[in-house]
Ligand binder design. Structure first.
Ligand SMILES: [Zn+2]
Length: 285
């Protein structure tokens, strides 16, 4: 694959060609920033880990230049920061045994501008080459603008695929905002019981962000532990760790559904659930 953007980076840990890596890919995650994939799509990474029939590929759309920095990285320029973040993402791909890791290197402003078609064009080309069975995206109710823009560009790209190249399942995942608010019937509970060691190592390689002042490694682990314990109020824990996700597959299967309407439908289900419970508990029986 030829990427016009000079800041783009393609890494295939086992040294095969990108085409070979994409052909064997079964699971793809698209994240806005370096580290988003590992924080939100551990389910896909761990499902594929050390499995000869399943391969995970990561796509990072942003260039990481605008990342916050402090501590040992406090004096880094945007350019130095960009380079550090690209290397950290490569480290995660090696630890996670990815088929490939593609970093498209777009500035945040370009991802957030819907008139820049290049982002969708690249994403479509990658999806077309991989034809993954499962795709992990940011979710449209995330509170980070670049995450939501990245999700929308990915949905546009997936909708352009011929039907036989479309994934069977598309998840919208948790980063900046958990998905505990969704009613259980709407929630996809992704099990993360195995290989907590690999999950910990994957989240820990992003030193520029963690040593730079945010304990994302602990926060991600804490969210997954809390999701598992608070999922069932009347039963013992069935799983050690859970990630929650929205099922975005209907948006790909039916491109006429507006992303905003779809997301507000989930919010409406939550509103009805809260309202119904209060009404029921005020009833004199
Ligand atoms: Zn991010």
């Amino acid at each position: 694959m030829q990427l016009k953007n000079p800041d783009a980076d393609v890494y295939v840990p086992d040294g095969s060609t990108v085409a070979e890596a994409l052909t064997k890919t079964t699971h793809v995650a698209v994240g806005a920033h370096q580290d988003d994939i590992e924080f939100m799509a551990l389910h896909g990474i761990l499902e594929c880990f050390d499995d000869p029939d399943r391969w995970f590929s990561g796509i990072t759309v942003g260039d990481g230049a605008g990342s916050p920095r402090s501590g040992p990285y406090g004096e880094y320029s945007d350019e130095e920061m960009r380079k550090v973040r690209v290397i950290e993402q490569r480290k995660a791909a090696l630890v996670g045994g990815y088929a490939c890791q593609i970093q498209l290197g777009f500035p945040s402003a370009a991802i957030k501008d819907a008139s820049i078609e290049e982002v969708v064009v690249y994403l479509k080309a990658i999806f077309e080459g991989a034809a993954p069975e499962v795709v992990y995206l940011h979710n449209p109710a995330d509170k980070h603008d670049t995450h939501v823009a990245c999700c929308l560009r990915s949905i546009d790209a997936l909708r352009m695929l011929p039907e036989d190249r479309r994934p069977q399942k598309v998840y919208g995942c948790e980063v900046w905002r958990g998905l505990d608010w969704m009613v259980d019937d709407d929630k996809e509970a992704l099990h993360l019981d195995d290989r907590a060691n690999i999950a910990g190592a994957l989240c820990g390689v992003f030193d520029s962000q963690i040593a730079g002042g945010k304990r994302y490694d602990l926060a991600v682990q804490g969210r997954h532990l809390a999701n598992a314990t608070f999922f069932e109020s009347h039963e013992v824990d069935a799983h050690d760790r859970l990630a929650f996700a929205m099922d975005l597959t209907p948006l790909i299967d039916d491109p006429s559904i507006r992303v905003a309407d779809f997301t507000l439908g989930l919010l409406r289900n939550m509103k009805d659930d809260v309202t119904d419970r209060i009404v029921r508990m005020n009833r004199k029986v």
